[in-house]
Design a protein around this ligand. Structure first.
Ligand code: ZN
Length: 324
């Protein structure tokens, strides 16, 4: 069986692009690793955030439409995006959210060893910071006012809300290589590999749950890692064999993708680990200028005129830079 190695990225809908940058790079301290456009709608931004390199599993992306109406989180969606932090960073984040007047709940205890803070972004997107010892071994990024040691280490897990858990679980285990790991209340956790941050999917069954509607503050899709093309086509065959229809491979410049809708209506994507975000700009310059795929390069001048230029938060100097 071809197995995914875990979560690759998650893409959500947002309203104002500058507020999106101010929240995810400014307050959460993630690195803005790419400013590009929505390849299917090039008049709008596609913003990518991640750790220092935008490694697969650390990536959150947004389609910000300034006039987007707020969506409704409900069944058939990723209902909570869980981000990993090290245990020792919990107090830092309680202080930081408080300082930025972001209302949160917690710390809540989940799955025995996790301490969790839940809150929403300015568009109402449900987020959680999940503190574990395992997160401390993953790379981070010294963002705006967030020292690297305290930084978010990418995705921890996603929580899917579906009306029938068994059908969605069958897709995770039967086509992607997940296994059932643990249950807490009405949430069943699935994992691949060693169940480290970035390899887990939680499913909450809401039999009479109202379906979600897309819009600002809702997740558009979740992508799973395929190590390379062989894995991606291998998983594709498993998805097809399960009777689900899946697209062909689409070049997204930074990875190559395929899309399918699982029976609970959540849109899943397969995305290759490579080539990554340094394919069109140097590591030191990631996220600093608008990058366009070849098919939209001829639109550059008119897009730059139409897209509101983004103000990036300053990176907090590392200790060594401050001393020199
Ligand atoms: Zn995607």
């Amino acid at each position: 069986m071809f197995r995914t190695s875990g979560l690759h990225h998650l893409t959500a809908i947002a309203s104002d692009p500058q507020r999106n940058v101010d929240f995810y790079a400014g307050i959460l301290g993630l690195r803005l690793v790419k400013q590009t456009v929505n390849f299917d709608d090039p008049d709008t931004y596609h913003l990518y955030y991640g750790d220092g390199t935008g490694r697969p599993g650390s990536i959150l992306t947004f389609f910000p439409w300034p006039t987007a109406r707020r969506g409704r989180v409900g069944a058939g969606q990723v209902a909570e995006t869980q981000l990993a932090i090290p245990t020792g960073a919990l107090a830092f984040w309680i202080q930081r959210l408080t300082a930025h007047q972001i209302a949160f709940a917690g710390p809540l205890r989940r799955f025995e060893h996790e301490a969790v803070l839940t809150f929403t972004d300015h568009d109402g997107m449900p987020l959680a910071l999940v503190a574990t010892d395992a997160a401390g071994t993953l790379p981070g990024w010294a963002g705006d006012g967030v020292p690297e040691v305290m930084s978010i280490r990418g995705l921890h897990a996603v929580t899917l809300w579906v009306q029938r858990r068994a059908e969605t679980a069958q897709v995770l285990t039967g086509t992607l290589g997940f296994r059932e790991l643990a249950t807490q209340g009405d949430i069943v956790r699935h994992a691949v590999a060693d169940a480290v941050p970035g390899t887990m999917v939680d499913i909450r069954e809401l039999p009479a749950g109202l379906g979600g509607t897309g819009g600002a503050g809702t997740v558009h899709h979740v992508a799973f890692r395929a190590a390379d093309d062989d894995f991606e086509f291998g998983i594709r065959a498993q998805v097809s064999a399960a009777g689900l229809s899946i697209t062909g491979q689409i070049d997204r410049t930074y990875f190559r993708s395929m899309y399918f809708r699982e029976p609970g209506h959540v849109l899943f994507e397969l995305a290759t680990d490579g080539p990554g975000f340094t394919v069109d700009e140097a590591d030191a310059a990631l996220g600093t200028t608008l990058q366009l795929p070849p098919q939209h390069e001829h639109l550059r001048d008119s897009l730059i005129e139409r897209l509101v230029p983004l103000r990036r938060p300053d990176r907090m100097p590392a200790t060594s830079e401050m001393l020199s």
